[in-house]
Write a new protein. Sequence first.
Lengths: 280, 296
Amino acid sequence: MIIPIQLVMNFTAMIPFALTWYVGMTNWIPQLTPFFWEAEFVGLANFLKIPGDDLFIGSIARTLLIVGLCVPIEFLLGFSQAYVLSGDFRGRQFIRVIAIVPMMMVPIVTGYVFYLMFIPAGPLSSIINFFTGGTQPIQFLADPNLALMAIMLADIWQWTPFMFLIFISSILALPQDPINASYVLGASRGYTFRRVMLPMLRTPIMIALILRTIECFKIFDVPYIMTQGGPGYSTFTIQMHLYESGFKYLQYGYTNAQSLLIFITMIIVGWYASKPLRAP
Amino acid sequence: MKKISIDKVLSNTTRTLVVIGTILFALFPIYWALTMSFKPADEWAPSTVHWWPWSPTINNYLPLFFSRETLIDWGTIIGWQMAFPETAVKAITNSLVLGIGGTTLAMFIGTTAAYAMSRYRAGGNVMPYMFLTFRMLPPIAIMIPVVVWFSTLRFMDTHHGMMLLYGLFPVPFVIWLMKSFFDEIPKEIDEAALIDGCSPASTFVKVVLPLVRAGLAVTALFIFIINWSELMVALTLTSRNAVTIPVQIGLYSTDAGFLYGVMAALGMIAIIPTLVFGLAIQRYLVRGFTFGAVKG
């Protein structure tokens, strides 16, 4: 049963991956040399250039901040939603679909809709002014911190349902015997949750966190549409940096070197982060 | 008895609050997109906030389904619609074909692999992680070689080329999600089936798969959404023939301005298939379906 995936993976992933390494060690710029094998081979020079690249370091740090704030918030929101909504009550099917609707919106549309919600004449500015009594429209996307917050809010809105869906399907799939036994033996709700349910949910929680962290690190569409990285570089993420250096400035060689550095770092970090999952 | 009723009131209140919070949080941007799709051009980004369309119109939806010629024939065409000779029907069909095809392929490859990894420990501890690392590579880094490789094979802007990628890129997701669902099924069930004379393959298809149908449904929904809304691959590899909905939405940000209403309209159309899918899998989300499968 492992054969189909072996074939497809080797064909579609390994060949491009080998190419990525080779190109990362050349100074290929397609306007100068149309074919990559004509480009000059520069060895590790591209990799040595990276530590001195302020734009690279800055956008990495910013992306780590976004990931570090968004993923835990999405986890807490999604998990508590799933825990509460997993009960039996009228309209549960309806509300569970409502909860996953944000994920169904095409991210590019999310970007534009959130942009329109955060413009000074948009609804959010009015709502906040209504509660604080302010009269000036709020310039969310012109303020570096508020713009970053707007980006993160869009990401949280769109991807909390991912956590929710994984957790609600896992919670509902839990065997009921141990939970009922715990109640019968007189354990409180909180105790049963901590000592019986949480240990059984360890794997889905780890998987959801790991997958979401990897995906959140690739945040691109929404900030690209909402702020184009601005104001200044305050919402410039690492994927936007790679996109610009690759497809705007066409430095294919250097872009590949940067991507590979990120890739290797993530593999090493991820290897240790996923250790509990690999234990038999 | 009294303690239980207080508990119940508390949990009902919490639930009501969470339900209201969920509805407000999840639906407000959807509401904004929906009203946006019925607003005429001067209400897209007005100087004061318009909570609902003041003069609702279906003009945003018309160019999605009717070509410029049809609209001219009807005599209803308005300024900006002149810029779009073609409809979005092709993009919608392409997205459906690629979404369904890619999802099926990814589910087939990924589920078989996940089962092998969960039950036979195929690839040991390293292989599941190795597949996950494919998602860690920045998409741009994989796209450059894919462009080179696709132009060599003449796969650019074709349905089969796109479907291959859409069947491949989400596979790590399928493997990891499905593996966690397979791991939850007790091994005793497989063993019982094998002892009763089932072949390994029919154990998988007839015994184990029905037990993880909730997991299958949820994973398939994820993969469908990932493929459905994928932008960078489609933007890089398609130009005319195999454009998808996200690429088509990008076309409505023209040099003359952003047609927010049309984007919102297509976005609303694009929600429909995933919403139908989401409603369809609801009946698999039921409590404790392995109940009583293993004794003791």
